[in-house]
Design a protein around this ligand. Structure first.
Ligand code: HEC
Ligand code: HEC
Length: 213
């Protein structure tokens, strides 16, 4: 992701918040603010009210595994997940969340219905389906479905990847492959080791509009 578009998005959020930004930061720093209020007043600005974000800069949270959301919010709060958009956007927001608020936020987003952001290039999608279902044996890449489920629905600590924005998925695959910025993603470091950019774009295109269960 380009730094310029991130800065712009952040500026737009700040403008959008207007006079209620103080109110918002008060809700954020207040341990008694219910998770649902945080979701609609704070998280919705970037992730969408129902977790179906519009911009690929912001990952979709709708129908995401509750356990995975709890784990990621803890990682942002502890500064373990440190890819640049993660620390720019999520460190401050997660800083004063309590364990109960994290649990409630995860439950709220896990209950929302995920919708596809739309379909991409059919040829790329076909190539991606092959990688997702069967892996790339010649490159030692296991099938993604082994951990993420046949329909990309995820399971506990294994995130839902179905309907995720393709651009966000490619960005995270690159983070796992080339950096140590998500140390809890060791499983993915092995998986992404020999993926080419073309492989990543293909599998991400398939995931964005994967057929539902
Ligand atoms: C100003 C924009 C912004 C706001 C507000 C925001 N987020 Fe985020 N969030 C992001 C960005 C950007 C990322 C992707 C970070 C990265 O690429 O590592 C992210 C990532 C996440 C992730 C990890 C998703 C994944 O698939 O791994 C979770 C969970 C999350 N946010 C939850 C929340 C919750 C809960 C709130 C409200 C308390 C919130 N976010 C508010 C921008 C925001
Ligand atoms: C051995 C199990 C395993 C396999 C196989 C696997 N993954 Fe993962 N994947 C994980 C785990 C665990 C995470 C969460 C890592 C973390 O918590 O940081 C993850 C995270 C991801 C993420 C980031 C999700 C997000 O919201 O940030 C993407 C994208 C992803 N995997 C795609 C794939 C693709 C594509 C394949 C096949 C090429 C694949 N995975 C194969 C276990 C696996």
């Amino acid at each position: 992701m380009k730094r310029a578009s991130l800065t712009l998005a952040l500026a737009l959020v700040a403008i959008g918040a207007g006079c209620s930004s103080l109110e918002r930061s008060r809700s954020l720093a207040n341990p008694s603010t219910p998770a649902k209020t945080l979701a609609s007043q704070v998280c919705s600005n970037c992730h969408g009210l129902d977790g179906n974000s519009i911009s690929p800069n912001f990952p979709k949270l709708a129908e995401q595994q509750q356990e995975y959301i709890v784990a990621q919010l803890n990682q942002f709060r502890n500064h373990r997940r440190e890819d640049p958009p993660g620390f720019i956007y999520m460190w401050g927001i997660s800083r004063s969340l309590t364990d109960d608020q994290i649990k409630g936020l995860a439950a709220y987003f896990a209950e929302q219905k995920s919708v596809s952001p739309g379909s991409g290039n059919p040829k790329l999608i076909e190539e991606g389906k092959q990688i997702f279902d069967s892996g790339l044996p010649a490159q030692n890449v296991p099938p993604c479905s082994t951990c993420h489920g046949d329909h990309g629905q995820g399971n506990g600590q294994f995130p839902r990847v179905a309907n995720q924005h393709a651009d966000y998925a490619v960005k995270q695959l690159t983070v796992f492959q080339q950096t140590e910025q998500r140390p809890d993603g060791v499983a993915m470091k092995v998986v992404t080791h020999s993926l080419s950019r073309q492989n990543m774009e293909a599998v991400a295109a398939y995931l964005q509009d994967i057929p539902p269960k």
